[in-house]
Design a protein around this ligand. Structure first.
Ligand SMILES: Cc1cc2nc3c(=O)[nH]c(=O)nc-3n(C[C@H](O)[C@H](O)[C@H](O)COP(=O)(O)OP(=O)(O)OC[C@H]3O[C@@H](n4cnc5c(N)ncnc54)[C@H](O)[C@@H]3O)c2cc1C
Length: 601
């Protein structure tokens, strides 16, 4: 589309997305350590060449086939016609190609028809899919989390009936928790499940905000529904989990009679228009218990923890796309002259525009390090050689999950917002494409547990793990890299900045571990930002060190060092300014009484 009225004719690169394969492979190697993951016996069929070849192939698919649906999906959106969700017209053929190519089955268990690749590889594929079209990617994303849930907690019978169809994407899955009065507080949910004589359950209740709760891409939709049996204990201890299919299965396992799950309405949203967000009504719907009664919240956490990493990935993915989009514009758009210049300069030459682009780049690559490291821990907790390594990976994943979800989504929104700014006035105009990334990104800090809830999880549950040993171990790891780098000729500035930042975070951590719950809760979100900012600097510093080790005279490796240096100089020092907000306590937060908050006459 040509944007008119500018001093230059600007062809919007709206549909263009180039998966950053080289950076993905570099991060998989240097941060995630994929080489050691694929040494595990279950990945005997996977090798490094295969991974690189598959990433190149995927890059072609997601840039050429999937990415062009992004703008169409946003404009057309999903609609509800006669109780059935209709997806944008362009989606069905692309969905079929996606499924035929097997990109949704890469990490699925070979026992049920999946390709059995590590999640650490799967995350790179997911990144491409999500950058290409965030709204569309939510369908396979939730299906994937449901597959993990069913694999770990489903009975043999449920696994046999549903897993291979979900892995092959013949059917898709949903996550059904939220009710009008039960959002962050899932324990307040009221949907009821009564046991039938044949062992199935009758589900009754209304659920809201259900992503891809219905659609026309597949023959069946499998809902993972939280509900409460009669006389169940109050709160989260009384929640059970049920598999509720849109179509009940016939004796031969094919979809037959329609279950009584009604799609009441679709939400009209700020972004992710192509993702149908449904109000679902369950009216004596048939459900199948997963695991045991009253253990549903525990099982659902398997699904939610995976989804939280994937939502963190959404922050990274939308940031990457917004960054590519803004960089392309900044190279093309001319405005103003450089000092001493006679011709209008491309805006990328202005120091402030360059600062914006470097900020976008640095945060995006830092997020990639964090997300890939967290997902590698997810693989290692299953496939590492010793129990000790598996336990350490489990703890690392537990610590990194809330940071990944919150920090990457908060900064995904920030990066998309900077992208709008790079476009100047055109950034506010839909035709430029920049607003969609910003609108789409805005949901990510909200769903899958708001970032405020992530902060509580981080500070109240994750910091105290093993008496603070897990967080202190992570900070020690950062400290030891900082000390090593501070001793080098090339990277000592990065080492010193990291060392100063980690000292501040250590002090804030000590404060939170020793403070009252109300003070800790008041400082939780600033602390989460602080720790995420440090983690971002750590992953960039590791990448810089690896770049120097490989060949600093290779331009793109030198760019990795330049990016880490920029972050160390301009972002890491912000941590000092965050300390006050972490340690000021709840007296400060509650210093103004409720009556003076809001309109006061
Ligand atoms: C587009 C979209 C898609 C969604 N997809 C799904 C889905 O597929 N499945 C599903 O089950 N749900 C889904 N949700 C629901 C989503 O997970 C919830 O909206 C979210 O968890 C917040 O719940 P709430 O909206 O009730 O807000 P509330 O819980 O009312 O929160 C309002 C504010 O209060 C804060 N708050 C609440 N409780 C606390 C507390 N204890 N301590 C500190 N702060 C607190 C929150 O952080 C937030 O800022 C989706 C929502 C949207 C908008």
């Amino acid at each position: 589309m040509a944007v008119i009225g500018l001093t230059v004719n600007y062809s919007s690169p709206m549909a263009s997305y180039t998966p950053p394969v080289r950076d993905m492979i570099f991060t998989l190697d240097t941060i995630a350590g994929i080489g050691s993951i694929i040494e595990a016996p279950e990945f005997d069929h996977v090798d490094a060449d295969m991974i690189e070849g598959a990433l190149d192939e995927a890059a072609r698919f997601f840039s050429e086939v999937f990415a062009p649906t992004n703008e169409i999906g946003d404009e057309e959106g999903a609609t509800l016609v006669d109780g059935q969700v209709i997806t944008p017209e362009a989606f069905k053929p692309v969905w079929n190609k996606l499924v035929d190519a097997g990109w949704t089955a890469v990490t699925g268990s070979p026992e049920y028809g999946g390709h059995g690749f590590p999640k650490t590889f799967g995350i790179a594929i997911s990144e491409m899919m999500t950058s290409a079209n965030l709204a569309f990617s939510l369908n396979p994303m939730l299906t994937g989390s449901g597959i993990t849930l069913l694999t770990r907690h489903g009975s043999d019978e449920l696994r046999d009936l549903y897993l291979s169809k979900l892995i092959s994407s013949e059917w898709t899955g949903t996550m059904v928790l939220t009710e009008p009065e039960a959002g962050s507080d899932v324990g307040a949910l009221r949907t009821r499940a009564d046991r039938n004589d044949d062992g199935t359950y009758r589900i009754n209740g209304t659920k809201i905000f259900i992503t891809w709760g219905d659609h026309d891409l597949t023959d069946n939709v499998i809902h993972m529904v939280l509900a409460r049996t009669p006389d169940a204990p109050v709160g989260t201890k009384g929640i059970s989990l049920f598999l509720v299919p849109k179509y009940l299965l016939d004796a031969d396992g094919t979809p037959g009679e329609r279950n009584t799950v009604e799609i009441v309405s679709l939400e009209h949203k700020l972004g992710i228009h192509a993702s149908p967000t449904c109000v679902l009504s369950f009216e004596d719907s048939t459900g199948y218990l997963i695991g045991e009664e009253n253990q549903g919240m525990r099982y659902m956490f398997t699904m939610m923890n995976q989804a939280r990493l994937e939502v963190g990935l959404e922050g990274l993915s939308v940031a990457e796309r917004a960054y590519q989009h803004a960089s392309a514009y900044a190279k093309e758009r001319t405005q103003g002259r450089m000092m001493g210049g006679s011709k209008p300069a491309p805006i990328i030459e202005h120091p402030d525009v360059r600062r914006m682009l470097m900020t976008m780049k640095a945060y995006t690559e830092a997020m990639r390090g964090l997300v890939y490291d967290a997902v590698a821990a997810d693989d290692r907790m299953h496939c590492a050689a010793t129990q000790e390594e598996r336990d350490a990976a489990r703890d690392r994943l537990a610590l990194l999950t809330p940071i990944t979800k919150s920090w990457c989504t908060d900064h995904g929104v920030d990066v998309a917002s900077i992208g709008v700014q790079v476009f100047g006035g055109m950034g506010f105009i839909e035709d430029s494409g920049a607003p969609q990334f910003y609108r789409d990104a805005r949901i990510t800090p909200i769903y899958e547990g708001t970032n405020g809830i992530q902060a509580l999880d981080l500070v109240m549950r994750k910091l105290p793990m093993h008496g603070g040993d897990v967080i202190n171990g992570y900070l020690d790891e950062i400290d030891s890299l900082a000390a090593k780098l501070a001793d080098t000729d090339d990277l000592n500035d990065i080492g010193r900045a990291l060392s100063s930042a980690v000292a501040t975070v250590r002090e804030a951590t000590r404060f939170l571990l020793g403070s009252s719950p109300s003070d800790a809760m008041a400082g939780a979100t600033p602390y989460q930002e602080m720790l995420g900012t440090l983690a971002g600097g750590y992953y960039l510093a590791r990448q810089a060190a690896a770049a120097v080790e490989r060949a600093i005279d290779v331009p793109w490796l030198a760019a990795k060092v330049g990016t880490a240096r920029f972050y160390a100089a301009t972002v890491l020092p912000l941590i000092n300014g965050m300390a006050g907000a972490v340690t000021s306590g709840s007296d400060t937060t509650f210093a103004v009484s409720e009556e003076y908050i809001g309109a006061v006459r």
